[in-house]
Design a protein around this ligand. Sequence first.
Ligand code: PLP
Length: 355
Amino acid sequence: MKVHNFNAGPAILPESVLKQAAQAAIEFNGIGMSILEISHRSKDFQAVMDEAGALTKEIAGLGDEYKVLFLGGGASTQFGMIPMNLLETNETAGYSNTGTWAKKAQKEAKLFGNVAELATSEPDNYTFIPKGYDIPDTLKYFHITSNNTIYGTQYHGYPVSPVPYIIDMSSDMFSRQLDYNQFDLIYAGAQKNIGPAGVTMVIVKESLLGKVNRQIPTMMDYRTHIKEGSMFNTPPVFPIYVTMLTLRWIKERGLAKIEADNKAKADLLYGAIDSNPLFKGTVAKEDRSWMNVNFIMEDRSLEPEFLQFAKENKCIGLAGHRSVGGMRASIYNALGIESVQFLVNLMDEFAKRKG
Ligand SMILES: *Cc1c(COP(=O)(O)O)cnc(C)c1O
């Protein structure tokens, strides 16, 4: 490992995945060509697409009523595609506003129908996950953001929805064991926790679709991509390949081990933040994210010096999102606990110097 990579996204990938991807970029499957040079309709790539979809369903424990798609456009395109496909102009969808991405999703939905903001933590700088609100059964669907990448909050226990349940899992997909069947549509930009930039995983229950009257552009219609197996047009071949390799890595470890490792990393880092007198957390303890750990310094004027110190010691990507400042350590699946321990040691060392 060259550095300790705490980038928020695009982010760290397993080293074994990078090596296989590098090899495939030179020559794929012994066919005398790079994966970058072959037809997406070749049998070699079809096998990749099929395996990526099958692994997704297997890891999530989902049945055939769910379809797995690999699309371009990022998770941000899903913000609009979801209401375009599911919400009539005169219908209302429910959203919980827990951060920048949740709010952006809500904004796009308003272009297609009515939005009820059922809960929000925006007035409190998104420092907690709202709980205990009512989700009316008259809504067309209910949308939440599982992990708030920028603010460092995450659902630990989801509300129960009486209507179709939609979740943005961009920054915590396959980070823990879950009943994925409780959701009707799951989407995730791959570049945080399950692959590289350029592809978005969408898992959708087919029975949700085909119920709105509006004309949907062919490329924006989920049914097009279901029918064509994510190959209506040229899909992002290489990002899908790297995602498939990452899914193999996830399956091999199993979600139980991945969850245990992620919990251990989060406990170690939050423990240091709470016990080191120089540092403190920024969000409600019960809602702390296991993926993005936000923290600040008691004396905020010391933050640039700490970030510089971390950088000199090969800890990369620790500056908080430009909209919130402070520090953010993203500790996704592929980051080893030794990197977290290294950061904790640096925090101790910094405290000694200042103490
Ligand atoms: C990064 C992120 C997005 C946006 O993803 P893009 O693929 O860049 O569009 C959406 N939701 C969440 C939770 C994210 O972390």
